[in-house]
Design a protein around this ligand. Structure first.
Ligand SMILES: O=C(O)CCC(=O)C(=O)O
Ligand SMILES: [Fe+2]
Length: 339
């Protein structure tokens, strides 16, 4: 049986004036894909090519830093710290920016990686640095710092816009606009840079990332057009995602599934490396802070009794590291499913 293809949906900004006929078509395609597969490919023009090039170049810069610098990226929140080449996933390395849509979040991370002693600076300062005569290590660091933080902030904001467009479609289609706006107001974006090495020789294990569902509310993935991501259908078939230019993979996480009372599917996925090219990808993971995850009343009726108790997203993240959470085959269900 040939596996189905993922829907490729046009999210060109000019077609997305809310409630226009093209918006309504896009909305129904997106809803169908989220309920059936929990994922679709958005062709999105909110990230111009120059920014796309800049963010992948910034990604290379951060992975090229010495390991002793990268490990400085720690976090109190599970799965938010630097993770590098573990025995279970030796090809995979990742590092992330918490609160990536805020200048503070991005500057905090950038200073950890390229400590420069400078607060914030703009184009005038960059011009000064580039034009000052003496090349120095410090000058080089300042340029990296500036370049990295500007690209990360702009990329994160552009991807957040896509998240908001998708969520407003979900809201309109379920008639839960108010709850959705509250949720958007409590959404925190974590931008992660990911790098996968090629497996050693032909017999090397090509596993880039183990099969899992995401612990986020929503994840938006973007790669530098190197294959590897695979999505499992509800029927158990693996679909290989074809990387396309200007495409963003919009995927529901466990928390979106629970919030929607199980209407939206959170798909299992993995990364299998092929060929001899390293793979760089970016993931923007949305978490909900300071607001209980509560199924909107409109999604509960006689045919759809509530399936999940209210819960706090960050407490759920901590639960994942408990022995019960680690053992569970489906932690979101063992954490808050109503039996
Ligand atoms: O690199 C990718 O395309 C997928 C990464 C992923 O699934 C994750 O970080 O949760
Ligand atoms: Fe994932």
């Amino acid at each position: 049986m040939t596996p189905p293809k993922l829907s490729v949906i046009d999210f060109s900004l000019k077609n997305l004036i809310p409630n226009s006929s093209s918006w309504i078509t896009t909305c129904s395609e997106a809803m169908h894909a989220l309920e059936k597969h929990g994922v679709f490919i958005a062709k999105y023009d909110g990230v111009p090519q120059e920014l796309d090039d800049a963010i992948f170049s910034a990604s290379r810069d951060v992975f090229d830093l010495p390991t002793e610098v990268k490990v400085l990226s720690t976090s109190d929140t599970p799965y938010h710290a630097y993770s590098g080449k573990t025995p279970v996933m030796p090809l995979y390395e990742s590092i992330g920016i918490e609160n990536a849509t805020t200048t503070e979040g991005v500057e905090f991370f950038t200073k950890l990686m390229w400590p420069s002693g400078n607060e914030s600076f703009g184009y005038g300062f960059l011009f000064y640095v580039l034009n000052s005569v003496t090349p120095s290590k410090n000058k080089f660091r300042l340029i990296k710092h500036w370049f990295f933080s500007k690209s990360a902030l702009m990329f994160s904001k552009a991807v957040t816009e896509l998240y908001q467009i998708v969520m407003r479609m979900v809201a309109k289609s379920y008639g839960i606009e108010e709850q959705c706006e509250t949720l958007l107001g409590s959404s925190v974006q974590n931008l992660r840079f990911m790098k996968y090495l090629c497996p050693q020789e032909d017999e090397g294990n090509p596993l880039g990332m183990l099969p899992h569902t995401d612990i986020s509310f929503m994840t938006i993935l973007h790669d530098k057009q190197v294959k590897g991501l695979q999505i499992k259908t509800k029927e158990g078939q693996w679909i290989e995602v074809d990387p396309l230019p200007s495409s963003f993979i919009v995927m529901a996480g466990d928390v979106f599934m629970a919030w929607s009372n199980g209407r939206i599917h959170a798909p299992c996925h993995r990364v299998i490396m092929q060929g001899n090219q390293e793979r760089y990808s970016l993931g923007q993971f949305t978490f909900i802070r300071g607001l209980n995850i509560q199924i909107p009343q409109k999604l509960i009726d006689e045919d759809h009794p509530p399936r999940f108790k209210d819960f706090d997203h960050y407490k759920y993240l901590h639960y994942l590291l408990t022995s019960e959470g680690m053992k569970s085959e489906c932690p979101i269900k063992s954490y808050c499913e109503i039996n």
